[in-house]
Write a protein that binds this ligand. Structure first.
Ligand code: TYM
Length: 335
């Protein structure tokens, strides 16, 4: 709890323009959260991004672009604390402390570490290994009750809970134990080219993902090329992953139930399905892209929001950090 409201934290990496998967699995749900009920913190987690080599100028550009996209998607930066993770040093400080309460064996089990190590065998750094501890610090700093994420982050949420419970067991009730919040739909959007793999911005095949800033004709073209199957019948089933994914995307945007959508497509072909889903996505993203383009021109406003919210986040994060530092036995600051 923070200021009498439940606290909520989530974040996204600034490693590229976010995908339709990031949007439907996370950002769209964030926008629908009731701000009267929750105090919300949304971070552009640039510190996580450097676990993989980044071009510095490009990372700065992408972080700003993501900051603007959060707002363009509908998060009011006066109501929600939207900030850069690297502007709040408490994240790194708490991470160090939590590292000392996390076991090698636990980290060894993390599937994301295994996947990313395979992908970047030339750079298996310790940051990649302890990545989930930084995530735990992000979440626990804001005493988060709820963390809205896609399914791929569930293992990291579980380890966060384990670390928090271990710490609380030793030092008393220091951290709120967070719960994951999964949306009803869109929690795992798949690649348009290999629909058994999740849609990811790091996919080298540009046709595999829809990026939030893709132009309408690019979106339509990517859907047209989406992999389905040799059958011609539109059905929602695990053995038709390509078609299932298109229906999932359609339902996540339209709010329709699966059966309702399947009935709507009855008698239609795959070409129609791809066209309708493509158009639905274009119309969903159009106002976001327009707001984004305006915002990026409004430098002073963005800078002000970055500064104000960075200060706000620092205030709340430092409060928790000081408590933790005291608990573990660090000397109190002299005022
Ligand atoms: P990231 O940047 O990979 O993804 C951001 C959010 O998007 C969700 N997501 C998806 N949802 C549905 N379908 C997909 N294909 C898809 N791809 C991604 C993710 O589940 C996530 O919610 N480690 C995190 C960022 C992070 C974080 C945190 C999240 C850092 N600290 C603390 C929550 C709380 C990450 O790399 O997400």
């Amino acid at each position: 709890m923070i200021d009498g409201k439940k606290s909520l934290f989530s974040g996204m990496q600034a490693t590229g323009t976010i995908t339709l998967g990031n949007y439907l699995g996370a950002l769209k749900n964030w926008v629908n959260i009731d701000q009267n009920e929750y105090k919300c913190f949304y971070s552009v987690v640039d510190m996580h991004s450097i676990t993989v080599r980044q071009d510095p100028a490009e990372l700065r550009k992408r972080a700003r672009s993501l900051f603007a996209l959060y707002i363009a998607a509908g998060l009011d930066p006066e109501e929600n604390c939207i900030y850069y993770q690297s502007h709040v040093s408490a994240h790194a400080e708490l991470m160090w402390i939590l590292n000392c309460f996390t076991y090698m064996g636990e980290m060894n089990r993390m599937t994301q570490f295994k996947d990313k190590s395979k992908k970047h065998p030339e750079n298996i750094n310790t940051g990649l290994f302890t990545y989930p501890v930084l995530m735990a610090a992000d979440i626990l700093l804001y005493q988060s009750d709820v963390v809205p994420v896609g399914i791929d982050q569930m293992q990291h949420l579980e380890i966060t809970r384990d670390i928090a419970e271990r710490f609380n067991h030793i030092y008393g009730d220091v951290f709120t134990i967070p719960e994951a919040y999964l949306g009803k739909t869109g929690t795992k959007i798949m690649s348009l080219q290999e629909p058994t793999k999740k849609m990811s911005k790091s996919d080298e095949n540009a046709n595999a993902h829809i990026l939030l800033l893709d132009e309408p004709d690019v979106i339509m073209r990517k859907f047209k090329k989406a992999v389905t199957d040799s059958d011609a019948c539109i059905a929602y089933s695990e053995d038709k992953p390509g078609v299932k994914n298109l229906i999932d995307i359609y339902c996540a945007i339209s709010g329709k139930k699966t059966q309702e959508a399947v009935a709507e497509f009855e008698g239609k072909g795959y070409g129609d399905l791809k066209k309708i889903v493509g158009e639905t996505v274009v119309e969903e993203l159009r106002p976001i892209q327009e707001r984004y383009n305006d915002l990026m021109k409004n430098k002073d406003y963005l800078n002000q929001m970055i500064k104000d919210n960075g200060e706000k986040a620092n205030y709340y994060a430092t409060k928790t950090l000081r408590k933790v530092q005291h608990k573990v036995g660090f000397p109190d600051r002299i005022r």
